[in-house]
Design a protein around this ligand. Structure first.
Ligand SMILES: C[S@@+](CC[C@H](N)C(=O)[O-])C[C@H]1O[C@@H](n2cnc3c(N)ncnc32)[C@H](O)[C@@H]1O
Length: 251
């Protein structure tokens, strides 16, 4: 079978539908446990389900399902990429393998404060060897704080995605850009096994990273593909930033 042309949907290679978009973006519509063993990249950056009974379209978001998922996908992730950056949510850390480091996004939310409060943060589990030169990677220094405000202008697009029923829990685009800036280098291939609405794909495009995404739900997959097409067609008009590693506005 010949290689799929740009934008052609095919099942070549891994046995699930695949969409190859321009600018180094490849999207798989399937179960990451099936797809991951057949691909490779430089770094996994992902935001898996939380096991908090969120109302996803098809995935049943129980803690037990998450436990099974983590036990299945994390060993593969650690095998196929040199580094992994996982954003699991605070109460899910215990389900994951011991990381090399736990970073943190300080997230001043305006609506949710967690069961016991004092919880306006989200962890970043780091696996594998860190990028060389930390102290100043892509302009980020060790003393930097990744701080985001729930009420900031950049959160409007995220709220619209939720309000329009595109996805239950999309990550804010500027947050993912900042995470990529710290943990990946321009030109690297980033894998996201839980692509959802495609936020990390768009961030990768804007930051000059290649991207392989996997999403098992067909409606989320199609919505992500549409969103990614629109974003890649117009570049980063909203944020007025096109260059890779340009510092994002973080508050
Ligand atoms: C927390 S959401 C990701 C949201 C994403 N970061 C965004 O900004 O839209 C997790 C996603 O994982 C998907 N998912 C659950 N199990 C999966 C599996 N085994 N393989 C691939 N995707 C899966 C769910 O359908 C859901 O869209």
């Amino acid at each position: 079978m010949s290689a799929p042309t740009t934008d052609e949907r095919s099942e070549e290679g891994v046995g699930v539908p695949r969409l190859v978009l321009p600018c180094g973006l490849t999207l798989y519509n399937g179960d990451c446990r099936e797809v991951l063993p057949q691909i490779s990249g430089d770094v996994v950056v992902t935001d898996p389900p939380y096991g908090l009974e969120y109302a996803y379209r098809s995935y049943e978001d129980t803690r037990e399902n998450l436990r099974e998922l983590v036990d299945a996908f994390m060993p593969i992730v650690l095998r196929i990429a040199d580094r992994a950056v996982v954003m699991p949510g605070p109460t899910q850390i215990g389900l994951y393998p011991q990381p090399e480091w736990v970073g943190c996004v300080t997230w001043d939310t305006t609506g949710t404060f967690g069961k016991y409060g004092y919880n306006q943060w989200t962890p970043i589990l780091c696996y594998g060897k860190d990028l060389d030169g930390f102290g100043n990677v892509n302009g980020i220094t060790k003393s930097d704080v990744l701080r985001f405000s729930g009420g900031s202008a950049e959160m409007i697009e995220r709220k619209k995605l939720k309000d329009d029923g595109i996805h239950t829990c999309p990550k804010p685009l500027h947050m993912m850009k900042r995470v990529l800036q710290r943990h990946t280098m321009e030109g690297e291939t980033v894998i996201d096994p839980f692509m959802g609405s495609g936020t990390t794909a768009i961030a990768c495009f804007l930051m000059g990273r290649k991207f392989i995404g996997i999403e098992q739900d067909s409606e989320y997959f199609n919505a992500a593909a549409e969103r990614i097409r629109a974003a890649t067609a117009q570049g980063d008009l909203f944020l007025g930033q096109n260059s890779a590693n340009q510092r994002t506005n973080v508050t």
